[in-house]
Design a binder for this molecule. Structure first.
Ligand code: NDP
Length: 345
């Protein structure tokens, strides 16, 4: 068995030395102890929030920080090798949170453990249950439908638009008849947003001098909804340009995750929330797990009808490449969902 353990807390961008791949001749008990499944991990989800919970003080208060010397956990797609829970049997494919490992013992009672049974009907690859049909997809869907209740013809700005959440959010907003502009960190991502995903406009935030002026250029009379994925100066520019009574879906603030809590950027114009009578609402997608069937039904149908599509980026192969994949994600290497393929998939 191999598993990734955090041996020191990253300072800034994570480095190889922060993690160790521990190998052990672990002999698993078969059948597993009551309430557990023995699984072979097939795919691991590489997610921004993992960086946040590597910080001792972090904003995700409901998720305890990773502890030094303990394995790193991530979303996974796994195959059941042995089960002591009658709800699961050998050969089942499950989506859950597991250690970043090739084999694992996981609780069959975890809140978001689920047998994947829709693949055939929806006809998407298994790993998309970590992407467009997984937590990132649910995040985009909840953000637009539940948090902000997006209406037809509204104008929407989405940051980190070429990522797993942003791509689906943009497509769902377009299907509602909205005008959608996205920001991303490379010219290639901008091209993909416009040409493949039919965003009305997109721009590279890294080559713009003043994001406030950039947003004025794309939204001369402001916008109604901001899907916030990055925080920092993008949030400041969005606050300047959002319309009165606008809504902000506070989904993520990735530009801050590599900074210690006390070094994080403040938002100097937060006062606009008052002056413009804005509504800014945050959420944790785990609280909406109960809506997953509705989400899978709706987004599954859209996928089947060819009305939405998805990208996936394999940023690493094998547990040993976890750090490479994770740094790749934080550095913006991915278009769509970033995943790690474990040894033999
Ligand atoms: P992505 O697939 O979007 O990957 C992260 C992307 O963020 C990178 O590709 C990079 O793209 C961009 N990025 C990295 N650093 C910066 C920076 N300093 N400034 C601006 N952009 C940056 O990840 P997800 O789609 O999984 O997540 C998107 C956001 O949603 C994250 O903030 C995440 O924490 C949040 N989230 C929140 C959830 C919730 O429950 N509230 C659930 C899931 C995700 P680029 O090239 O554009 O820089």
């Amino acid at each position: 068995k191999k598993e990734v353990v955090m041996v020191s807390r990253p300072q800034g961008m994570p480095v190889e030395a922060n993690f160790e791949v521990r190998r052990s001749e672990l002999v698993f008990q078969v059948p597993p102890p009551p309430g557990f499944l023995l699984v072979k991990v097939l795919w691991l989800s590489v997610d921004p929030y993992l960086r946040e919970i590597m910080n001792e003080d972090n904003g995700l208060t409901v998720i305890p920080p990773f502890q030094i010397g303990q394995p790193v956990f991530a979303g996974s797609i796994s195959k059941v090798l042995a089960s002591s829970d009658p709800k699961f049997k050998e050969g089942n494919i499950v989506q859950t949170i597991s250690p970043v490992a090739d084999y694992a013992l996981i609780s069959s009672e975890f809140f978001s453990i689920d047998k994947i049974e829709h693949t055939h009907a929806i006809n998407v690859p298994l790993n998309q249950y970590l992407g467009v049909l997984g937590f990132p997809g649910l995040t985009a869907w909840v953000g637009l439908n539940v948090i902000t209740q997006l209406q037809a013809n509204e104008e929407v700005f989405i940051s980190a638009a070429a990522g797993a959440v942003g791509l689906l959010a943009g497509q769902l907003a377009k299907l509602k008849g909205c005008r959608v502009v996205g920001s991303a960190g490379t010219d290639e991502k901008v091209r993909v947003l416009k040409e493949v995903y039919h965003f009305d406009e997109a721009f590279n935030y890294k080559t713009e001098k003043d994001l406030n002026l950039t947003l004025k250029r794309y939204f001369p009379s402001g916008f109604d909804v901001y899907f916030e994925n990055v925080g920092g100066n993008t949030l400041e520019a969005a606050l300047e340009n959002i319309r009165r009574k606008g809504r902000i879906i506070a989904c993520g603030m990735i530009s801050q995750y590599n900074k210690e809590y006390k070094e994080r950027e403040g938002v100097r114009n937060l006062m606009h929330v008052i002056g413009k009578s804005l509504k800014m609402e945050g959420f944790m997608v785990g609280d909406y797990w109960h809506m997953r069937d509705d989400f899978i039904k709706e987004v599954g149908e859209l996928l089947q009808q060819g009305k939405i599509s998805y990208h996936m980026d394999i940023l690493g192969r094998g547990i040993d490449e976890f750090t490479k994949a994770f740094v790749g994600l934080l550095g913006g290497k991915n278009i769509g969902k970033a995943v790690l393929l474990t040894d033999d998939g």
